[in-house]
Write a protein that binds this ligand. Sequence first.
Ligand code: SAM
Ligand code: SF4
Length: 328
Amino acid sequence: MPYRDDFGRAIHYLRVSVTDRCNLRCVYCMPGEGIEKQSHADILRYEELEQILRIAAELGINKVRLTGGEPLVRLGLVDFVRRVAAIPGIDDLSLTTNGTLLARHASALAEAGLQRVNISLDTLRPERFAQITRLGRLEDVWAGLEAARAAGLKPIKMNMVVVRGLNDDEVSDFARRTLSDGWHVRFIELMPIGANVEWAFSRVVPVAEIAARIEAEVGSLQPVHGPTGNGPARYYQLPGAAGTIGFIAALSDHFCSSCNRLRLTADGRLRPCLMSEEEIDLRGPLRAGASDQELKELLTRAIQRKPQRHHLDRTLGPQDRTMAQIGG
Ligand code: SAM
Ligand code: SF4
């Protein structure tokens, strides 16, 4: 049974950042020169992560998503996936990736027990992809997507962060992919988080505006269930589409009342809420020899510290860490 927090929410989902490093520098996520890297000693070792996940599973966490930074830049990820997949109680194991290294790893990941991938993709245009990611090539994402499909990692969700003046003119092109290619597309509101919160705040496109644009340019949106349940997204379908369209409105329609998750940063801090700077250190106690019971109490404390809701619509977001450091 999952553990419930003080507001009755069942917390059964842990997002784990396995690295703060990334091979891209998306303009809304990181400065061009990157962020100061944590040393290898700062980052949790795979054995430490495995111990935390085993304890979390005993507390009712059954769903784990590996993220980062870019999780596929960390060596040994496939073996780690194999070990996590074998933890009793964890029955939903997925990965969020920018897709650029997926062609190399998709089949091994699937064979190791990974079930699904979310690929972050903000544009369908090669030059714009290079501009947004500063370092990436769109063709690598296409190869990664194909490899994920061939490996049976499904459903694949394509996550697009919509940024005013940068890629908002492409939302209908993404929506059309649900018709032509059966994509599951999710539109994500830009969150003012990290180094450049004022910039981000001025670039947010509310999901209502994205939906209105799709309805005007492509077709009417019918509410449906999501491909893997609803979570924070609301799902729709265009008539005749095999794929779905999800909207994640972190700002305009906060979904805190159904929040079911905790986050673990690459350096071993539990973050009860993405939007709050509060963290609970697991790495220190873990390395000081804390017992499983003591670690379980820290996990329980993190669940109890989950706030009822965030107030990003009224105040700026956390500025202590970027999404790449927290694990978006
Ligand atoms: N590197 C991987 C990737 O890009 O999928 C995983 C980590 S990345 C931080 C996870 C997700 O967070 C990506 O979909 C990215 O677009 C999103 N993200 C990063 N900064 C964001 C922001 N300020 N607002 C909304 N989403 C953001
Ligand atoms: Fe890297 Fe993902 Fe951040 Fe882009 S969004 S810079 S791919 S961590």
